[in-house]
Design a protein around this ligand. Structure first.
Ligand SMILES: NC(=O)C1=CN([C@@H]2O[C@H](COP(=O)(O)OP(=O)(O)OC[C@H]3O[C@@H](n4cnc5c(N)ncnc54)[C@H](O)[C@@H]3O)[C@@H](O)[C@H]2O)C=CC1
Ligand SMILES: CC(C)CC(=O)C(=O)O
Ligand SMILES: [Mg+2]
Length: 357
């Protein structure tokens, strides 16, 4: 089969990690007889530098015409205070909205080999480790609400608003319950319903959706407690469903309890059609271009693309097995390094993954 993929390498470590992930994908193609055609397009800081704004129309057009999108990461200090008001992160939000990608699936699964990289005590992780899926709403909430600024009694003010509509909550809740049905049948909905009205609506709609899933256990946590529970008792979670900002924050936290943010992939999906696949981390300017970034989150995002967008289960398994074998053999990038293991760079990690595929 032939697949057309839009590739956005982005900024910082984006090109470092995407290059390795594409080598892995090419090898999957050779091994299983598929052709993956890449169209590289610009977004983020790289697009600002090249054409003056973060999300060129051409990028959206190419992404819409593709079977899937692979994205590294965008952003960096170079573009943090542009006078135009544009910034690389706007491209990411714009792309998610333009492609209708309202569901961001972030599996936080701990590889047994990475137990030492987990900052939690053994008694908290237990023998079988951590296996949580964060289902984050991706095109609504405070990242997309009305915003403004002005001057008042306390000087200059700025505001962002957090709004959720019934349908937005309903469709993400359905995704979470469907995922839970194929797993351990538990959904934890995270909100701030003790303070925020939009969270009250969130809770009401999630409870309504739950009526169609009597086989799934539902509980609710306030986000502050959820952040704490992830550290003291992460094993209580199966599927976490939450809004855009809470999911952004909690998934970074969940990633660290599995060992590193450099390990967590994600799939951004809509009603149907194309998906966008990206690691959950950012552009890590502190290690960009130094051959230090862990490419595994991006490689595992490619496995999610093979599975969710192309229905290529065996191919996805092969990629995930290669990751497991490379870790079993004791190879580690700096973020997951522990005593007795071999420290490798981004490129070497990519080469090892190819060897084990
Ligand atoms: N999806 C995206 O494009 C995202 C972009 N960003 C942007 O990225 C820039 C940096 O943001 P930060 O808050 O520093 O978050 P970050 O996720 O880029 O980095 C946080 C820490 O994790 C480390 N890290 C991240 N990915 C790694 C990897 N693959 N291997 C090894 N270490 C890794 C970094 O070195 C840093 O110490 C900002 O401009 C931010 O807006 C942040 C999050 C997501
Ligand atoms: C621009 C941000 C919303 C990116 C981010 O942190 C994320 O999607 O995880
Ligand atoms: Mg984030």
């Amino acid at each position: 089969m032939n697949y057309n993929i839009a590739v956005i390498k982005g900024d910082g470590i984006g090109p470092d990690i995407v290059d390795q992930a594409l080598l892995v994908l090419d090898q999957v193609g050779e091994k299983f007889g598929h052709t993956f055609n890449y169209t590289e397009v610009l977004a983020g800081g790289a697009a600002i530098d090249a054409v003056g704004h973060s999300l060129p129309d051409e990028t959206v057009t190419v992404c819409k015409a593709s079977d899937a999108v692979i994205l590294g990461a965008v952003g960096g200090p170079k573009w943090d205070s542009l006078t135009s008001g544009d910034r690389p992160e706007k491209a990411l939000l714009g792309l998610r909205a333009a492609l209708g990608l309202f569901a961001n699936i972030r599996p936080a699964i701990m590889y047994n080999e990475l137990r030492d990289a987990c900052p939690l005590k053994d008694r908290i992780i237990g023998e079988d480790g951590i296996d949580i899926v964060v289902v984050r709403e991706l095109t609504g909430g405070i990242y997309f609400g009305d915003r403004g600024h002005g001057f008042g009694d306390m000087g200059e003010y700025m505001y962002d608003t957090m709004k959720y509509s019934e349908k937005e909550v309903e469709r993400i809740a359905i995704r979470a319950f469907e995922i839970a049905r194929k797993r351990n049948k538990k959904v934890t909905s995270v909100d701030k319903a003790n303070v925020l009205d939009n969270s009250k609506l969130w809770r009401k709609v999630v409870e309504k959706v739950a009526l169609d899933y009597p086989d799934i256990e539902l509980n609710h946590l306030y986000v502050d407690n959820a952040a704490m529970q992830l550290v003291i008792n992460p094993k209580q979670f199966d599927v976490i469903v939450t809004g855009n900002m809470f999911g952004d924050i909690l998934s970074d936290e969940a990633s660290m309890i599995t060992g590193s943010i450099g390990m967590l992939p994600s799939a951004s999906l809509g009603e149907s059609g194309i998906g966008m696949y990206e690691p959950i981390h950012g552009s890590a300017p502190d290690i960009a271009g130094q051959d230090k970034a862990n490419p595994i989150a991006t490689v595992l995002s490619i496995a999610m693309m093979l599975r969710y967008s192309f229905n290529l289960e065996a191919e996805a398994d092969a990629v995930e097995n290669a990751v497991a074998k490379v870790l079993e053999a004791g190879n580690r990038t700096g973020d997951i390094m522990s005593d007795g293991c071999t420290l490798v760079g981004t490129k070497k990690m990519g080469a090892l993954l190819l060897e084990h595929l």
